[in-house]
Design a protein around this ligand. Structure first.
Ligand SMILES: NC(=O)c1ccc[n+]([C@@H]2O[C@H](COP(=O)([O-])OP(=O)(O)OC[C@H]3O[C@@H](n4cnc5c(N)ncnc54)[C@H](OP(=O)(O)O)[C@@H]3O)[C@@H](O)[C@H]2O)c1
Length: 400
C-alpha cells in the first residue's frame, strides 16, 4: 500500500486516477495536483464516495521545481506520476531527485519551442537517479508503454531473436466532429505533422510526413488506412531488442482528419513560431488548441473501437515465426466505466499499472528505464485485470 502524487488533471490523468481509486488495495492515498485546482477538486468530489483511497488536491505549476519540491515534501507520496505535458518531464524529475521519490511518466520530454522529442534529455538523468537510489520509469502509457511491454513479452516467451517489429495503432472511433484530436491537440498535431522515420539496419530512415501509407484489416475495427510516423518507442526498442533489423510505427487517420490538417498547415495554424496579434505574441498552434474541442469532451460522443498492438517476426528454435499481440478497446465501454474515451483509457490504465509496479517494488531499480527493460509478466497480468485484455495471433497478416 502506498501513496501516489498525480501531476496533471486532464484526459489521461482522469482515467489513471479512476483506476487508482478502483485499486485502493495498492493505492490507499492519492493527491491530485495540477495547474487548475478546480478540476482536481471536481474529480475528487466525483470519486470520494466510490473509493477507499483517500484523495487530496493541490495547485502546482509543474514548470517550477521549487513549487514541486514543496508539494512533494508536504504530501510525502511514495511515487510521483507525471500526467501533465511532456514539457514538464525534466522539472518533475528534478523535484523527484531533490526529494528522493520515484518518477513515472507516459511521454518523453519535448522542449516547448522545438517540436522535437527524444529520450536523450531524460536518459541523461540515469546516473543521478542511480546515485539517489530512485527509479524513473519512462513512457508508461499504451504507445509507448504497452507496446514496449508487448515487445519484452514476445522476446521472453516467443522468440530467440526478434528481427522485425511493426507497431500498429488504429483508432476506429468516430466522435462526429469534422476535426478533433483524441488527446492534447498541441502534442498530437506536433507529432503527426513531423517527418516520419523508422529504424532499419542500425540507422534511421527519414520520410516526408505521411509519405508511407498502408491498408490493414484490424480485428474488431475493419480495414483502415494507416501512415508511418516517427514514434518515441522506436528509439528505445532499437537499443533494447537485440538483433532487431527494422522497427516501424503506423497510425490510422481518416480522410477528413488529414484534409483538415493539411489545410490548417497550409494556412500556418499548426506553426509553433510565435506571431504578433493585436499587440501580443501568440503561438498559432496554441490558439488552434483553444478553438478545437477539448479531448476530454469527446467521451460521450465517440463510438467504435481502438486496436493497438505489435506484429513481431523473428526466429524461435531455428525456425521463422510471426506473432501479433494486440488490445481492442471500446470507446463507449470506457465512457460508461470512467467517463472518458478509449484513447485516454488506453493510456491511463498503463499509467496506473506502472505506478503500482514501481510503488510495490516489482519494477523498482535505481536509474532511468524504459518499459521493455523490466520483466513484462506482472504488467501483462495487470493489463488483463485492469481493463486492457490482450489477444494473440500466431498467423497475422503482415505489413509490406
Ligand atoms: N504513451 C501514450 O500512449 C500516450 C497517449 C496519449 C497521451 N500521452 C501523454 O499523456 C499526457 C497527458 O495527455 P492528456 O491528453 O491528458 O493532456 P491534457 O488533457 O491536455 O492534460 C494535461 C494536464 O496537464 C496540466 N498541466 C499542463 N501544464 C501544466 C503545468 N505547467 N503545471 C501543472 N499542470 C499542468 C493541464 O492543466 P490545465 O487543466 O490547467 O490545462 C492538464 O490538466 C501527455 O504528456 C501526452 O503526451 C501519452
Amino acid at each position: 500500500m502506498g501513496k501516489v502524487l498525480v501531476i496533471g488533471c486532464g484526459g489521461v490523468a482522469s482515467v489513471a486516477i479512476h483506476k487508482c481509486c478502483q485499486n485502493s488495495e495498492a493505492f490507499d492515498a492519492l493527491c491530485i495536483a495540477s495547474r487548475t485546482k478546480s478540476k482536481c477538486d471536481a474529480l475528487r468530489d466525483k470519486l470520494a464516495a466510490t473509493t477507499k483511497t483517500k484523495i487530496t488536491t493541490a495547485q502546482v505549476d509543474a514548470n517550477n521545481v521549487e513549487q514541486l519540491v514543496n508539494l512533494i515534501r508536504a504530501e510525502q507520496p511514495d511515487v510521483v506520476l507525471n500526467l501533465a505535458l511532456p514539457y514538464q518531464d525534466l522539472t518533475i524529475m528534478e523535484a523527484c531527485l531533490a526529494t528522493g521519490k520515484h518518477y513515472i511518466d507516459t511521454a518523453n520530454y519535448e522542449p516547448e519551442d522545438t517540436a522535437k522529442f527524444e529520450y536523450k534529455w531524460q536518459w541523461d538523468y540515469h546516473d543521478r537517479f542511480v546515485k539517489a537510489g530512485i527509479t524513473a520509469l519512462l513512457g508508461s502509457g499504451f504507445d509507448p508503454g504497452v507496446t514496449s511491454v508487448f515487445s519484452a513479452y514476445a522476446l521472453k516467451h516467443h522468440f530467440d531473436e526478434i528481427h522485425y517489429i511493426d507497431i500498429l495503432d488504429c483508432n476506429g472511433g468516430d466522435h462526429g466532429y469534422p476535426f478533433a484530436t483524441n488527446f492534447n491537440p498541441e502534442i498530437n498535431i506536433r507529432e503527426v505533422s513531423a517527418k516520419g522515420s523508422y529504424w532499419e539496419n542500425g540507422a534511421w530512415v527519414e520520410t516526408e510526413p505521411m509519405a508511407i501509407k498502408r491498408e490493414y484489416d484490424f480485428a474488431g475495427v475493419g480495414k483502415k488506412d494507416m501512415y508511418l510516423l516517427h514514434h518515441e518507442e522506436l528509439e528505445s526498442l532499437a537499443l533494447h531488442i537485440p538483433g532487431i533489423r527494422r522497427i516501424r510505427f503506423f497510425m490510422t487517420f481518416g480522410q477528413s482528419y488529414l484534409t483538415h490538417l493539411k489545410c490548417l498547415e497550409n494556412v500556418g495554424m499548426t506553426s509553433i513560431e510565435p506571431i504578433e496579434f493585436e499587440g501580443r505574441q501568440i503561438v498559432p498552434l496554441q490558439f488552434l488548441k483553444a478553438v478545437l474541442p477539448d479531448p476530454a469532451s469527446l467521451g460521450p460522443r465517440t463510438v467504435g473501437k481502438t486496436n493497438i498492438g505489435c506484429i513481431f517476426r523473428g526466429i524461435k528454435d531455428g525456425k521463422e515465426k510471426t506473432y501479433y499481440l494486440y488490445n481492442i478497446c471500446d470507446h463507449q465501454e470506457c465512457y460508461r466505466e470512467v467517463g472518458s474515451q478509449a484513447v485516454s483509457y488506453t493510456t491511463g490504465v498503463p499509467a496506473m499499472i506502472g505506478a503500482m509496479l514501481v510503488m510495490d517494488g516489482r519494477w523498482q531499480r535505481p536509474g532511468v528505464w524504459n518499459m521493455e527493460q523490466f520483466d513484462p509478466d506482472p504488467f501483462m497480468e495487470a493489463l488483463n485485470r485492469w481493463g486492457l485484455p490482450w489477444h494473440e495471433d500466431f498467423h497475422p497478416a503482415l505489413v509490406d
